[in-house]
Design a protein around this ligand. Structure first.
Ligand code: FAD
Length: 431
């Protein structure tokens, strides 16, 4: 063990089934980890939002606290910093004479830019990048990225027929000599620029960050309550914790892997039963993969106004309209209730997201990228591919072959027939 290798944790905040960590351990060298709370993303961006607002900040902070403990149990030290990555990564490389950095492979513009800034500050260091955020590993999907179909169903059918989900892996406990007994601080919420807060009692996501919480949630949703068996019927719900799995915040920062969830669905099917609902959970995980593959195909077009389709619409940027949408002050109570839920909790259901995004882009005709940037800031489960891919889809510049406009009044009648959801968030307001 004469050499030390570094695992730079980003959106792979777990120990179990972590292929980046596995690759580092397989070298047989000493393994240390680092996580950088990047100062840049806790500052205001050009649209006046912080890239990470208080909900995700708290979630990540808990997640990294758990990760540090879980790694310690494997005799691996996690160094944590609140700094710019181009400061803390080179400094730890220098201290431990690091020549190899193991990292989850990313491909979107900002993630790559961060990476390039760090790379420029390093000399003689090799990055070993591992794709670890998929259900189907890109090597197991029989098509080049350029050939990924523009229609989800085509992609899904090929994957279902021709690709296999890889098994999850266990991470071994390393020898005690691997551990470096140096304590670095995890920044508090206050250090990150936020006041401490509690989620409102009526939040649909009253759960906390970290690998343990993710597994506990899965255990509850699949095996304790068997809600998985009804998922297809309840997934369009709006109220409460159990209408859908709520896995997305943990999936987004990698506290749980899609492969782990897949294996547990298969276990449920073996131990209990298989039905449309158990299949639908996997179906949705394939949607998640699809947005990743489509973003691999289209590169920076993910963020361009005209989208993958290069479709020209007359987008507006009306500050009053945007502020009304953000603050839940539009003419539509159903939109308002969803937007207030997001503002107060960092969560919104899939049904809600489709409606508010359609209303923003198709009815108010505001530039969809502003809506997407606001979601990026607030959402607990922000994921670059799912967020920008879904926004494009709803705004009519992405992969929706139908290019629909949601009728939010009809949607409210159908999904909130007695107005309970709207009353929850609008309280005294009239609707
Ligand atoms: P479940 O219904 O239990 O589904 C299980 C898992 O399947 C989810 O955790 C998620 O990983 C995946 N999934 C389900 N629906 C979708 C979908 N439409 N697209 C991609 N993956 C899906 N999801 C994110 O994870 N991050 C985002 O930033 C995000 N932004 C969105 C923005 C808009 C405008 C819209 C319409 C949807 C967005 N979604 C996003 C997708 C979807 O709304 C959430 O994944 C879902 O609501 C999460 O709840 P859940 O975990 O209970 O999902």
């Amino acid at each position: 063990m004469n050499k030390t290798v570094l695992v730079w944790f980003t959106n792979n905040q777990r120990v179990e089934d972590n292929r980046v960590l596995e690759a580092a351990i397989k070298t047989g060298h000493q393994v240390i980890g680092v996580y950088c709370f990047n100062k840049r993303v806790y500052e205001l961006n050009q649209f006046g939002f912080k890239k990470i607002d208080r909900f995700r900040a708290k979630f990540i902070q808990k997640s990294i606290t758990d990760l540090k403990t879980a790694l310690k149990q494997k005799n691996i030290t996690l160094f944590t910093f609140y700094d710019l990555p181009e400061n803390c990564i080179p400094s730890i490389c220098e201290e431990f004479n690091i020549k190899d950095i193991y990292i989850q492979q990313e491909w979107t513009f900002e993630e790559l830019s961060e990476f390039e800034i760090v790379n420029a500050a390093l000399t003689d260091v090799t990055f070993i990048e591992v794709y670890d955020q998929f259900l189907f590993h890109p090597d197991d999907v029989p098509m080049a990225f350029s050939e990924v179909a523009e229609v989800f169903t085509v992609f899904r059918k090929i994957c279902e027929k021709k690709s296999k989900v890889r098994s999850t892996i266990d991470i071994p406990v390393l020898g005690a000599s691997n551990f470096v007994d140096v304590e670095t601080k995890i920044p508090s919420l206050e250090d990150l620029g936020f006041k401490a807060f509690e989620q409102p009692a009526h939040s649909a996501f009253p759960l906390e960050g970290g690998e343990n919480a993710a597994k506990k949630r899965l255990e509850h949703y699949f095996f304790k309550t068997k809600k998985l068996g009804f998922y297809k019927k309840t997934r369009n719900g709006l109220i409460g914790v159990d209408y859908s799995s709520k896995f997305s915040p943990w999936l987004a920062n990698g506290s749980i892997s899609a492969r782990y969830i897949y294996e547990k669905v298969k276990l449920f099917e073996k131990e209990h039963y298989k039905n449309q609902s158990t299949y639908w959970m996997i179906f949705e995980l394939i949607w998640r993969d699809y947005f990743k593959f489509i973003s691999l195909k289209h590169g920076t077009k993910l963020f361009l106004r005209d989208g993958f389709k290069e479709r020209k619409y007359e987008w507006q940027m009306n500050h009053k309209a945007i502020s009304q949408w953000i603050n839940g002050e539009t003419a539509e109570p159903f939109v308002n209730a969803n937007m207030i839920e997001l503002k107060e909790t960092g969560w919104m259901s899939n049904r809600g997201r489709q409606n508010v995004a359609s209303y923003f882009a198709k009815t108010m005709k505001q530039d969809w990228r502003i809506g997407a940037a606001y979601f990026e800031s607030l959402l607990l489960d922000y994921d670059v591919h799912s967020n920008y891919g879904n926004w494009q889809y709803v705004a009519g510049v992405g992969n929706d072959p139908r290019d629909r406009v949601f009728n939010v009044k009809n949607q409210a009648e159908r999904y909130d027939p007695n107005g309970k959801f709207q009353r929850t968030w609008l309280q005294k307001e009239l609707f």
